[in-house]
Design a protein. Structure first.
Length: 318
């Protein structure tokens, strides 16, 4: 009887402790990386002059990306974005989100086919970026700490916008996301990415997350204002030409600053010019350390102006 009581007690205790239905993190991946792209450090300043919100000035470096690692897990691809500082699980005010992090909004743009004219040249709303025609993206993966339903509702509500409607099937929400000490990881089914060439192009955009920014001019991103406030970045112009992106994949910080500074921003929106962001093509003949700083310009042999033809008329889309 005493043995039975002890056995029953242990079973009850361990059952209460170990059988609770808690969400388990995905099993760690030991797959060999398909691609490993490093970013320059200490450059989470956008065009070079952005400043953190007042509430985050003691957390310098939380938006500073170190690298992107892509792994093949069989039926899925894993994308790991590693940061300089540990990932915060809780905001300054105690805010928590269901996916395990609070500050970073991440876009991963992929040129899967390398075909000129195939894909999309405009970045998502609120990014304030464009891509060259020969480097147009075919898929973009959006990593956000809040509910994926916010993005789904946004795409449904604004589907009458031509550019957004055309890209709706190419904007992907990961099947799963989880957080490590210094990184945010997303897994996406290969079937949703479609065929990928041997040397795809990648670009990663890091922004601040703002769940209330859902409009034609913004998609969950924090804006960069002229002066930093408690919850907004500073160092901008408060016009629509500049980018709201804090960090991108680049071989050195000066390359990033130069590329993201190539904009024209004023009160008349039709005359504004967005930066044109190069993609990075690993294992290709093009050397990554040459970031093609002139990618924001047309061929100098054919024109003396640094403004592309499409800016000579009112921009279409975002």
């Amino acid at each position: 009887m005493r043995i039975f009581i002890i056995s029953f007690t242990l079973t009850l205790v361990f059952g209460l402790l170990g059988c609770s239905a808690k969400r388990q993190a995905p099993a760690p991946s030991f797959a060999k990386p398909l691609f490993h792209l490093d970013d320059s450090l200490y450059d989470d300043r956008g065009s070079g002059k952005y400043t953190y919100p007042v509430a985050l000035q003691e957390k310098d470096g939380i938006f500073d990306m170190k690298s992107l690692i892509v792994r093949d897990l069989g039926v899925t691809l894993e994308f790991e974005i590693i940061f300089l500082r540990p990932i915060d699980r809780e905001g300054i005010d105690g805010t928590r989100y269901r996916k395990g992090w609070v500050h970073q909004l991440i876009d991963i743009y992929i040129d899967t086919d390398g075909i000129t004219g195939s894909g999309h040249q405009f970045a998502l709303p609120g990014r304030g970026l464009e891509f060259k025609r020969e480097e147009a993206w075919d898929r973009v993966i959006v990593l956000m700490p809040g509910s994926s339903r916010d993005l789904e509702d946004y795409l449904s509500t604004l589907s009458e916008q031509k550019s957004l409607y055309e890209a709706r099937e190419d904007i992907l929400i990961p099947e799963s996301t989880f957080v490590k000490t210094f990184s945010i990881v997303a897994r996406v089914a290969k079937s949703r990415l479609g065929p990928i060439m041997d040397r795809p192009g990648f670009q990663v955009c890091i922004m601040g997350y703002s769940p209330g920014n859902l409009s034609l001019e913004g998609m969950l991103n924090q804006e960069v204002l002229r002066f930093a406030t408690e919850h907004s970045f500073g160092g901008g112009t408060e016009a629509s030409g500049e980018s709201n992106v804090l960090d991108v994949l680049s071989p050195d910080r000066n390359s990033q600053y130069e590329v993201l500074s190539a904009y024209r921003s004023g009160s008349y929106k039709a005359e504004n010019v967005h930066p044109i962001l190069p993609l990075i093509y690993p294992n290709s003949k093009q050397k990554v350390d040459k970031f093609r700083r002139k990618s924001t310009n047309r061929n100098e042999a054919t024109t003396k102006t640094s403004i592309e033809d499409r800016y000579m008329s009112t921009p279409q889309g975002w």
